[in-house]
Design a protein around this ligand. Structure first.
Ligand code: PMP
Length: 451
């Protein structure tokens, strides 16, 4: 594979690494010790590193590149839009935005017929909460522990992982609940049905104790992504929806990571036929080729802002380059049957393949997921389920495992004690199976740290 990246690109990679370490300030890490990987080339389901080694991209670059790298149709659409119109103020009609909004309204569940465009996921979350507050006249937001909603002020506050400590004073008006999570049940339940029942009782108690009249919104990832791709047990999502309806709380489905085909349906809420009041999206909508996010808005919430101005906006709301990218991305996903392919891979390759891996390795506590959205949860001991790295922390064992996966030729998305398998939706069956073989072999390293 040495010849797949030109010597010039490898040299550029080396120069870029040196400049990066000198001048670039990175997200979420200690700057001094961070050793970022150089990517010299990316195509389809592969990336090439600083040595020109080819890796299978099981990360989709933060679970983002749903159509794979450098899709020609999308690259061309960006070039075409750049030739036509690069930028325009958000108040003007922008054909790329009009078409992107039409497509998203068509795909989105229920009556989410209006779209407010943002730059990314975090600002979509900020705006969705603002809309909910104005719509209800209430202020507090309910969010789940073990969730991720973004890195801006309010988005990091509703995030239910230790990153919210970035704002250690907290935001007055965020209340949290424990989600249904059968593998690590907070409710000591012994079956998925019991987990649903107890988790919903806990949620209803939380609502009652916080005071329903004070709760503007409940924000939830139907399949929490960064926090572990834990698929909710049967009945949970319908139960959450019923409780939000019962107490007049705006239900915000955060589909930033799980949306746009990732789970084998257009949106993860579709697995449970749940219709949110607001739905945030980003990532997959453009596959990250150009940054874009947004909020899909129900008719009822739209009505609130029919006469009354919406007090919020962004210079780049509906940026033409981003929206043209979304139109081409959605078009490619539809025409090439990528969502169906992702569902097929989940049922026939990742589900069974990871189940076999779990049988072979004592370090694997659980594998779970849907479509092209899977987690391998690593433990020191299968009985106690003690994680290989603590929540919110790291361990040298996890570092070794991730190193072994990469050395084998797979780029994973790793988080605490989990290896996530989230390749592009159009990864071929052959490459997907090869990636699983590499993962399988690398998990020998994890087994050495497990009883
Ligand atoms: N919500 C969810 C569910 C996410 O996964 C993410 C990003 N990982 C965000 C919000 C924030 O998106 P962004 O990083 O684009 O701001």
């Amino acid at each position: 594979t040495e010849t797949e990246v030109s010597p010039e690109l490898l040299e550029e990679g080396r120069r870029a690494y040196a400049l990066d370490r000198e001048h670039v300030f990175h997200s979420w890490v200690a700057q001094g010790s961070f050793d970022p990987m150089v990517v010299t080339r990316a195509e389809g389901s592969h990336v090439w590193d600083g040595e020109g080694r080819r890796l299978i991209d099981f990360s989709s670059q933060m679970v983002n590149t749903n159509i794979g790298h450098q899709h020609p149709r999308v690259v061309e659409a960006i070039q075409e839009q750049a030739r036509t119109l690069c930028t325009i103020a958000p108040a003007h009609v922008n054909p790329a935005r009009s078409e992107a909004a039409r497509l998203i309204a068509e795909l989105a569940p229920g009556d989410l017929n209006h779209v407010f465009f943002t730059n990314a996921g975090a600002d979509a979350v900020e705006h969705a909460i603002r809309m909910a507050r104005l719509h209800t006249g209430r202020r507090k937001v309910l969010s789940a522990y073990r969730s991720y909603h973004g890195g801006t002020e309010l988005a990091v506050n509703v995030t239910g992982d230790p990153r919210r400590f970035a704002n250690d004073v907290g935001d007055a008006g965020v209340a949290r609940f424990m989600p249904a999570y059968p593998y690590r049940s907070y409710f000591h339940s012994s079956s998925p049905g019991e987990e649903t029942e107890r988790a919903l009782r806990h949620l209803e108690d939380t609502i009652l104790l916080e005071g329903p009249d004070t709760l503007a919104a409940l924000i939830l990832e139907s399949i929490p992504g960064t926090a572990g791709i834990y698929v909710p047990p049967p009945g949970y999502m319908a139960g959450v929806r019923a409780l939000t309806r019962k107490y007049g709380i705006v239900y915000i489905a955060d589909e930033v990571m799980a949306g746009f085909g990732r789970s084998g349906r257009w949106f993860s809420v579709d697995h449970w036929d749940v219709e949110p009041d607001l739905m945030t999206f980003a990532k997959g909508v453009t596959s990250g080729y150009v940054p874009l996010g947004g909020v899909a808005i129900s008719e009822a919430i739209y009505e609130t802002f029919r006469e009354r101005p919406y007090p919020g906006g962004l210079t780049y709301s509906g940026h033409p380059l981003a929206c043209a990218t979304a139109v081409a991305t959605i078009g490619a996903m539809r025409d090439e049957g990528m969502v169906e392919h992702a569902a097929w891979l989940g049922e026939n390759v990742f589900g069974p393949g990871l189940a076999e891996i779990a049988e072979r390795h004592r370090s694997v506590g659980e594998t779970r997921g849907l479509g092209c959205f899977w987690a391998v949860e690593l433990v020191k001991n299968r009985e106690t389920r003690e994680p290989l790295a603590p929540y919110g922390g790291s361990s040298s064992a996890m570092g070794e495992v991730v190193g072994a996966v990469k050395a084998g030729g797979v780029l994973p998305f790793a988080n605490y004690n989990r290896i996530h398998v989230a390749p592009p939706l159009n990864i071929s069956e052959e490459v997907a199976r090869r990636g699983l073989e590499i993962l399988d072999a690398a998990l020998e390293v994890a087994d050495r740290h497990a009883d």
